[in-house]
Design a protein around this ligand. Structure first.
Ligand code: CMP
Length: 145
């Protein structure tokens, strides 16, 4: 099941971009697209709209707009679940206990500053890839930007 997923290196993860890409490549993913951008508050709210009624939404928007992010399209077999596995649990403190070799254990700090994002389903991956890269074959449609 060769498929694509969406990954995003978050503002706190950027200083470890090289280390994160190394883990990604070592797990057999191919990076098939990449884009560095600074999200506006509006784009961030749209990207995280499923969380808009959560208590941490304001904190999440402040954080994700605090510096540049790197959006990645990753390809491999079972890319969605394999990237979630490599990422580890949302809370980096928990990741250190439960998944010490994961991206969040190695490079994250807590629930908010957790180094990177991964789509949680193939449907979310399609939506999030379209948001950042557009869904056009030749990518002339640049998505939300
Ligand atoms: P991510 O996988 O990018 O998508 C939703 C984000 O919400 C998640 O990473 C966390 O960074 C953030 N998040 C989830 N739960 C909490 C929480 N309890 N407090 C703060 N941030 C959270």
């Amino acid at each position: 099941n060769h498929e694509a997923t969406f990954a995003m290196v978050k503002p706190d993860g950027l200083k470890n971009l090289g280390g994160i890409l190394e883990l990604i490549e070592n797990e057999g993913f191919v990076v098939s697209d990449a884009k560095m951008t600074l999200l506006s508050r509006e784009h961030a709210a749209l990207f995280y709209q499923e969380h808009d009624r959560r208590s941490f939404f304001g904190e999440l928007l402040e954080y994700i707009t605090s510096g540049p992010v790197v959006a990645l399209e990753l390809m491999r077999s079972n890319a969605v679940s394999e990237w979630r596995k490599l990422l580890g649990p949302t809370d980096a403190a928990k990741a250190i206990q439960d998944a010490p070799h994961s991206v969040r254990a190695k490079f994250g700090t807590d629930k908010t500053n957790n180094a990177a994002h991964g789509s949680d389903s193939p449907e979310a991956a399609a939506r999030e890839l379209n948001f950042f890269f557009g869904n056009d074959q030749n990518k002339s449609d640049r998505g939300a930007f």
